[in-house]
Design a binder for this molecule. Structure first.
Ligand code: DLL
Length: 404
């Protein structure tokens, strides 16, 4: 695997480059180019919403060659724009992410991320094309057809959300297909756990890798796992500067401790963002990686700050439920939480389903209840649905049904 020089640069070299680029970004935003990072103001999603649709774009609008948007829950869409140079950077970081997963010229890439305003489809498409891979631009949906295309076109790489990959795996099973050519999956756009990685690897016969990103910063490709390490996603630090902060105080957390991920773009022209608070909770390490990259690595995103529930005084991220559920033999990896507030306190019901019909349902529910209590430390009601009962997603899974 050939790395770009900057991916294996010394920390000194990298940080010097970051300082130069930070000055340029601050100037583009009309801020003091001489300011230290910690003295620059944060940017939040509401700043983008308040400037809807294109108020934060810093170039004449005729220089935009692409617009994307993310729907966001409830509020207005967040609209983002790219210049030609921005698309080029995005393509480069996605090409690196795919190359790090072993994709090369001629690799057949089945891209089931949604094409359109969502950055997933086109982001993976551009990166794969740049590597000279053969892209199959399937987009999401028509899941039975995804299975036959995987069989007939012999794709080696699968790109989609982890929840949709499971749905595809089920369609593959139902069609009686046994001989897929898949080697690697590039999964992201939603939180997923090690338990989910194990299930995906077993069901699809591939190595499952994480890709992280968000539209505001560029789209997918902000950080990605490598085939050699498979232990945290390499942040593309020549283009994005990462900080981890205490969400309450805004100050830095101790190295390795969880906190809110904050990114500053270093090369974006159309939508440079300074200290953008993602709301995502995660960790960062500078420990060396088996692949030789020297860039910082992000641990898995545990959840979003706004997704945290407080159930009888215990803080709970939905992904902790996945973690606990997938330790229970006989449980399918599909799940959803229903949150209600009958009086003052939140109550959570975990909806899940058996891996197969004919299971001893009472015993299985009991095992789920015990696993949740032991691993999370709080009692939750369990609703065991029939196989196929939990709604399937074609993109990001809806994990929480909020009835409050
Ligand atoms: O989800 C970009 C993307 C597409 C990333 C395809 C990876 C693959 P948005 O729609 O703007 O962009 O949503 C961004 O999704 O702030 C996280 O909360 C979540 N997210 C994205 N990737 C991961 C991941 C795309 N690997 C929001 N693990 C982010 C956990 C993720 N959460």
């Amino acid at each position: 695997m050939i790395l770009d020089a900057i991916e294996r640069a010394s920390r000194d070299e990298l940080e010097t480059l970051q300082r130069t680029r930070l000055r340029e970004t601050a100037a583009r935003r009309g801020l003091d180019p001489g300011a230290e990072l910690r003295d620059l103001p944060f940017t939040v999603k509401d700043d983008l919403r308040a400037a809807y649709p294109l108020g934060l774009i810093t170039v004449p609008h005729e220089q935009l060659v692409r617009i994307h948007a993310s729907s966001g829950t409830g509020g207005k869409a967040t609209v983002v724009g790219y210049t030609r140079a921005d698309l080029d950077v995005w393509t480069q970081v996605m090409a690196r992410a795919l190359a790090g997963a072993g994709v090369r010229a001629g690799t057949r890439v089945h891209n089931a991320y949604g094409y359109g305003l969502f950055t997933g489809g086109l982001g993976f498409h551009q990166g794969a094309e740049r590597l000279g891979a053969t892209v199959v631009p399937v987009s999401g949906g028509l899941t039975a057809r995804q299975a036959t295309l995987l069989r007939d076109l012999r794709a080696q790489a699968l790109c989609c959300t982890p929840s949709y990959a499971l749905h595809i795996a089920q369609a593959v099973r139902e069609a009686g297909i046994e001989d897929l050519a898949l080697e690697v999956g590039l999964f992201g756009a939603e939180p997923w756990t090690e338990g989910m990685r194990a299930r995906l690897q077993a069901e699809l016969g591939l190595v499952a890798l994480n890709v992280y990103g968000l539209s505001e910063i560029v789209g997918p490709g902000v950080a990605a796992e490598c085939l050699e390490g498979r232990d945290g996603s390499h942040v593309q630090e020549d283009h994005f500067l990462i900080e981890v902060i205490d969400p309450e105080t805004g100050g830095p957390v101790a190295p390795g401790e969880p906190g809110e991920l904050v990114f500053t773009t270093l090369t974006k022209e159309a939508l440079p963002l300074i200290r953008y608070r993602t709301g995502d909770i995660g960790t960062v390490t500078l420990e060396p990686c088996a692949c030789g990259r020297t860039t910082a690595r992000m641990g898995p995103v545990q959840g979003r700050r706004d997704d945290m529930l407080i159930v009888r005084g215990v803080n709970l991220y939905p992904s902790q439920v996945e973690h606990a559920l997938l330790t229970v033999a006989g449980i399918a990896p599909h799940w959803q939480l229903v949150v209600e507030r009958p009086e003052q306190l939140d109550e959570v019901t975990v909806r899940c389903e058996p891996a197969e019909g004919g299971a001893d349902r009472a015993a299985l529910s009991e095992r789920v209840r015990v696993a949740l209590r032991e691993r999370i430390g709080v009692g939750m009601a369990v609703e065991l649905l029939e196989p196929g009962g939990v709604p399937r997603s074609e993109g990001k899974a809806v994990r929480v049904v909020d009835r409050r």
